[in-house]
Design a protein around this ligand. Sequence first.
Ligand code: SF4
Length: 184
Amino acid sequence: MGYDFSADNYVTTQLRKVINWSRRSSVWPLPFATACCGIELMATASSRYDLARFGAEVMRFSPRQSDLLIVAGRVSIKMMPVLQRIYQQMTEPKWVISMGACASTGGVFDTYAVVQGVDQFLPVDVYVPGCPPRPETLMEGIMTIQKIIDEDGLPPSGRKPLNVAVQPSHEVTAQPVPLNISVN
Ligand code: SF4
């Protein structure tokens, strides 16, 4: 009993698996951090949360060396053309995470100057909820991107947003130290 290596589809399928495994294990994020969500993004790469376990700790600030755009924070109308230019300059295949309430919906900044959801201008693949999302939630978003890559998540022609939303999976714990603030 042996494998039928002569079958074209067997080799093609295995090759795709290897390519997808390589891609999912070496996602290079471009952190577009404009506000407080950026701090959580930085924490995700720290030793405590260790994003390196997923092969995604290599933050690149050149779009040509990135394949995952993480929009972390509010984006102003004035800034959006810059963000679109950055997205266009990224290499294919590429993915987008919208991190936090501000990037996904404008958050509490319901004003004419703030984009009310970056998905109006960019093809967002995964929405990470929270204000701010905890590092664990962002990591879940990155793992979702990895699953999308495993499943050949890009159509061969044309780019369609996949619109996956990560559900919060952590319990918020009580404040460890009671707050005793007195105003005299
Ligand atoms: S979602 Fe919350 S934490 Fe993130 S940028 Fe907006 S206000 Fe800051």
